[in-house]
Write a protein that binds this ligand. Sequence first.
Ligand code: SIN
Length: 527
Amino acid sequence: MALETDYLVIGSGIAGLNFALLAAEHGRVVVITKKAPADTNTNWAQGGVAAVLATDDSFERHVEDTLVAGDGLCDRATVELCVNDGPAQVQRLLDLGVRLDRNAAGDLDLGREGAHSRHRVVHWEDVTGREIQRALVTAVASHANITMLDEHIAVDLLSMAKYGGDAACFGAYVLDRRTGEVKTIVARATLLASGGTGKVYVYTSNPDVATGDGVAMAYRIGAAVCDLEFVQFHPTVLYHPMARNFLLSEAMRGEGGVLRLASGETFMEHYHPMKSLASRDIVARAIDNELKKSGADSVFLDMTHLAPAFVRGRFPNIAERCLSLGIDITKQPIPVVPAAHYMCGGVKTDHTGATTLPGLYAIGECAFTGLHGANRLASNSLLEGMVFSTRAAAAVKDAPRARPSQVAPWSYGGATDSNDAIVVALNWDEIRRFMWSYVGIVRSNKRIERAGRRIEILRDEIREYYLDFKITSDLIELRNLALVAHLIIESARRRKESRGLHYTLDYPDKLAEARHSEIQLTNGPRG
Ligand code: SIN
């Protein structure tokens, strides 16, 4: 028996939960989340939410900073829409009970991050995402119209095309990770809010859940995806064997932190006039270049010239975590390396979050809205999640109920239990390593072609494995990860220029015309 609801939300970060709260005012919402409700990228976001609130700031400045970072590929209308909505979305967060730091005068404290020309990032200490997640999870838990299914992972979206209609989404098959049962959930509108793709790379600031599930599922049923070559590498992730993906917020450089080599020399002045506060693509590439030149394992983020009480007060969680690893950030420079952080591309959407397929919406990091262009401006992503979840919740109110009269339950077929889980682990590891080496911060035709050959071999193996064995959460994620890797490689292969986050040795210059790289499945589903 299919479970019927009005709205099915896949993912429980800022976009998914804000949508759920708003849509629950006019319908029933089921939210599925792979682990616990707070296992999200949002929960790990340190910086904050960018919004024009300072007297020396303006909407035009925020728009301009976003467009400059986006390197010619932002959609101006989308940028203006998000920036103009910033102050209202900050107010909504406060209304939801989110705590935000205030200065001595009682005004919201505004941090600064890379490529922002003004202080405009509202934050809660250095754990803003965790605070937003806390408030949203609390609000959702007490809402009678919202059902949260944790430990549930979507397997595939349901499409009318399988029932003789045009491609349109009406829900999803969902695996209960605890029991192994695959449930059918039918909905008027299905919302992908499944976050990012950081786990495609061996070094990432993302949590384990960031396996690109939304992009992969949308692509499989024929939705267009866009600009997936623009993977943002955060310049400063802690380099320490015991803390592989711990982010050191860009706000640390915004407050005066300086990047140095092991010798103590600064180097960013050789790359950009904004030095350590240049946009992320420039800083990450500069670090990558310095590491390759010297053979060193890391560069260093130096906060030691700042007042210790200020550093500890502004970055209490980072200071504590580093101290637990033996690094006193008020006394020692912190070893840092770049790591995959954010996917600027995603499932193509309009200004209501609607994808190219009826019934299917995408919001948050898994969506492509045109806001980020070729490189996202720091702290614009939580803003984007709020803006488009709000717009999507209004848009789905009148969504028609289109579904076949009989929905086929999931077919378990003749698949048997896998006795070879090592295959999944090895494939996963191999993808993440060659993606880092070949389709990472600096690319070339040769590297991209190598990655292309490897991913096709692995996808064939994974497809065989998928057909033979009972699905597990790990296998679903591996299948999605491999497809997203393929789509990143394909998007990178098509871009014959260097722009924003896509830098290739073979085409170091930017073309005069800025184009998106859109991909859509045309010849039938392929896993
Ligand atoms: C950070 O705190 O550096 C991350 C903020 C962001 O990625 O927007």
